[in-house]
Design a protein around this ligand. Structure first.
Ligand SMILES: Cc1cc2nc3c(=O)[nH]c(=O)nc-3n(C[C@H](O)[C@H](O)[C@H](O)COP(=O)(O)O)c2cc1C
Length: 357
């Protein structure tokens, strides 16, 4: 299946593994790339040394194209120097603003790498194209974690019509019907987050994989209360408790901030800089107006997301998309990709036939 996405990145299938903190380990990234799609490593959870090691580990496991996702508001700004220094073939940014994004684009283009910008609005898509991004990942409202307010069916064609660069549909895509629909909406392929995490190769506790299989599309909630930006998570007791305590969460924030500082091995300076940046953040390129309470929520959210990924599904908060309703098994990655593309081709052929009759 050839599209502008497969041509741009030199991959077999028009499918990308979404960058997901704690989930996209080097093994998972390499497994996706080896199976013919594009594996992306989420970089924000690393420091400069561990990110460099993770990139080198991926290179040991695959000789196929791969990428690194940088959530620019979350991680250490020097992570940008690491991805450029390691000449990572494809770099995907999210949660960033032009002053950080422009030098990243220049650095990556200097060695012939490609940049994917994550956007959730038409305005941010246009701006990303203007500053030189090579492709867009368009995040619909259905997505796990951060998104804008518009669902994929409306958002994708709006952005496809507004820009010339290839667009990748993200949020809610889990099978061949989704891939066929994304192509029909004008995208050149799909990004799968939760679906590719619920696979044999993913290095997450089985308790977490079981939730993805059992939960339905009704079992998520989206709210800025979790980490300061509109964020979609699994509806468990811990998530419902946060929604009840919408007041100024000072004490929780202090203890979560300390946990995050230790977990991510951040200096005090990095922790405060990160928290301050989150105050002005929207899901795409742009500046929002958020207060101190959003900053605190960011610290709390990060520590609770990490807890869930470690398998504490009672106290932790699990980032999860509506697509979980379409996940019923834990296949091997090669099998999942093959069946997704085969199903998409069948759907397209069936539609073709219907129209011809
Ligand atoms: C556990 C988890 C961690 C995530 N971390 C990041 C991240 O570090 N950077 C980023 O841009 N998006 C992150 N996301 C969002 C995904 O990249 C993607 O947009 C989302 O999973 C797509 O929705 P889907 O799960 O319905 O496919 C994360 C999602 C999950 C589930």
């Amino acid at each position: 299946m050839k599209t502008r996405m497969t041509e741009l990145f030199g991959i077999r299938y028009p499918i990308m593994l979404a960058g997901m903190n704690w989930l996209t380990t080097p093994k998972l990234v390499a497994s996706v790339s080896n199976a013919g799609a594009l594996g992306l490593l989420a970089g924000a959870q690393y420091n400069t040394d561990t990110l460099r090691e993770a990139i080198r580990e991926i290179r040991k496991l695959t000789d196929k194209p791969f990428g690194v996702n940088l959530a620019l508001s979350l991680g250490d700004p020097s992570l940008i120097d690491v991805v450029i220094g390691e000449k990572v073939p494809i770099v995907n940014y999210s949660l960033g603003r032009p002053p950080e994004i422009i030098p990243l684009i220049q650095g990556v283009h200097a060695y012939g790498g490609k940049i994917i910008g994550t956007v959730a609005t038409v305005k941010h898509a246009r701006r990303a194209e203007e500053i030189g991004v090579d492709a867009l990942a368009i995040t619909g409202y259905e997505a796990a974690a951060h998104s804008g307010n518009v669902g994929a069916v409306v958002l994708i064609p709006q952005i496809v019509e507004a820009v010339k660069i290839p667009c990748i549909a993200a949020g809610g895509f889990a099978d061949g019907k989704g891939l066929a629909a994304a192509l029909a909406l004008g995208a050149e392929g799909i990004s799968m987050g939760t679906r590719l995490a619920a696979t044999k190769e993913a290095e997450v506790p089985d308790t977490v994989k079981e939730i993805w299989v059992k939960a339905t599309e009704e079992d998520t909630i989206i709210d800025p209360a979790f980490d300061g930006i509109n964020c979609r998570v699994w509806r468990n007791k811990a998530a419902e408790n946060i929604l009840k305590k919408k007041a100024f969460p000072l004490f929780d924030a202090i203890s979560a901030g300390l946990l995050m500082k230790n977990t991510l091995k951040m200096s005090w300076r990095q922790l405060f800089k990160t928290a301050l940046k989150m105050r002005g953040q929207e899901a795409g390129i742009g500046r929002g107006k958020r207060g101190l309470s959003a900053t605190m929520r960011f610290a709390i959210g990060t520590s609770l997301f990490y807890k869930a990924m470690e398998g504490d599904i009672v106290n932790g908060i699990l980032l999860m998309g509506q697509t979980t309703g379409k996940i019923h098994d834990i296949p091997a990655i090669a099998e999942l990709l093959e069946r997704t593309v085969t199903e998409a081709k069948q759907v397209i052929a069936k539609l073709d036939k219907q129209i011809a009759n």
